[in-house]
Design a protein around this ligand. Structure first.
Ligand SMILES: [Zn+2]
Length: 275
């Protein structure tokens, strides 16, 4: 059971790494509710717990925001321990001179593309729901003594599929990154699909992005059946050696020339017999 959970988490992380370019060391943006959960369930040290959850080789960096700290401070004594703990985290810059709610702060930090590649750790159900609609935002939450990563939402999977078109136009460095990810994940390819119900291994995604898949498929098919060009050649009844040129424009021209020559000869013969 435990193993199953772990492989599910790994699969989710790979989805975001493959489809949205998440790289280690991962960044986790935590809100007050999550810090409180970590402390009340003694999931400490938190970075170790998150590292295990993400199957990361490097310790993830934990971030919070000024607005989250302000919110925790406002909650007073009941959340004093959480406030102290949150203060020890990195504080990511938000553009709120006047503090806003943690939810609004996170939504603005994420924007519509999550450019900083944050994992968002929260116990707030409303925030989680909102984040599901934004592509490329993995969500971490706690249930009693366990941490979980939400499986990518339908919207996120759909976006990942749409985004394949963009990948056709990606630059060389992006392509290299994707290729590297592909070679690293060879053994576990089936876990890295971006397409939801139509999950596909990353290798095929990379090939797709390069237009390689179509080519190699074509090559394989070509060796199986007869060459369609050679089939066409056989159709016209050969009238003379020179007509056996196939249906190419060159052959056509040649055939016309031959016909004309024949016509001329015929005319000459007729002219001779008449005279
Ligand atoms: Zn803020």
């Amino acid at each position: 059971m435990r193993l199953k959970k772990r492989s599910k988490h790994r699969k989710a992380v790979k989805f975001y790494a493959t489809c949205f370019g998440f790289r280690e060391p991962y960044k986790v943006l935590v809100d007050g509710t999550f810090v409180h959960h970590l402390l009340t369930h003694r999931l400490l040290p938190a970075d170790d717990a998150l590292r295990g959850l993400l199957s990361a080789s490097r310790t993830p960096a934990l971030f919070t925001s000024k607005c989250v700290l302000a919110e925790l401070r406002r909650l007073g004594k009941t959340h004093a321990e959480s406030f102290d703990a949150a203060q020890m985290l990195n504080v990511t810059k938000c553009e709120h001179d006047k503090v806003v709610s943690a939810v609004n702060c996170f939504i603005s930090l994420i924007g519509d593309k999550n450019p900083e590649h944050f994992f968002i750790a929260t116990q707030d159900a409303d925030l989680r729901e909102k984040l599901r609609e934004i592509p490329g935002v993995p969500v971490i939450y706690g249930l009693k003594n366990s941490l979980f990563i939400e499986q990518p939402s339908v919207q996120q999977r759909k976006f990942a599929q749409l985004d394949e078109e963009k990948r056709l136009n990606m630059d060389v460095s992006e392509y290299k990154k994707l290729l590297k990810a592909a070679s690293e994940g060879k053994l576990d390819a089936s876990e890295q699909g971006c397409g939801g119900e139509h999950e596909r291994p990353i290798n095929s995604l990379v090939k797709n992005a390069l237009g390689v898949a179509g080519k190699s498929k074509f090559k394989r098919n070509r060796s199986k059946g007869p060459n369609p060009l050679s089939c066409k050649k056989k159709k016209p009844k050969p009238q003379s050696g020179t007509l056996n040129q196939g249906a190419t424009p060159d052959g056509e021209a040649k055939r016309k020339r031959v016909r004309k020559r024949k016509r001329d000869k015929k005319d000459n013969k007729q002219a001779e017999t008449v005279s």
